[in-house]
Ligand binder design. Sequence first.
Ligand code: SF4
Length: 211
Amino acid sequence: MIEPPNTCDLCPRLFEYRLANKTAEPSWHNAPVAAFGSPSAALLIVGLAPGMAGANRTGRPFTGDFAGDLLYQTLQRHGFTKGHYDKRIDDGLTLTNCRITNAVRCVPPKNRPNALEINTCRSFLEREIRSLFRLRVILALGTIAHRSVLAAVDASSSTYPFSHGALHHLPNGITLADSYHCSRYNTNTGRLTNNMFNKVIAMVKTLADQH
Ligand code: SF4
């Protein structure tokens, strides 16, 4: 099984949080969020974790919050999408040569998974990476995703340190690209501008198109 079951309780704190969210918002997804996109994609984008009112609400990675607005708008500009992104899981949007997931599949309190939760959910990230038979590029959004991807492929973060815009050529033949996370916080503080993010997506597009 690549994806965790909706009842996954391997992280007790996140399991309890999901149950509390279900009580508060019974119409929301409130379960692990499965990857989105074709299993034959050359590009895998890895975020941190579902946003409370974004993917945790809608059930699709990055769908329904600010980070998703910027991500899908930029993916669309570079030809990674077909259809119209309308912040809903049933908006008909599809991805082209691209797949999106998170290092941690359940929403964490305050957007902060702890180290044990990141390590526990990595088994699903590892399976995800192994299952993508045409995978050539992984784009990590933020340092936690970067480190989790490296651990998933048995590479060291001291050998491949996070740096926005960097490309790391990993021993398994996959290229790891880094970007600051496209969160509202990072864009509001100016750490990540639309132009910076656009350049990163253009870079991974070039690499993904080579395969
Ligand atoms: S974060 Fe991952 S491992 Fe933890 S409960 Fe959710 S799906 Fe299971």
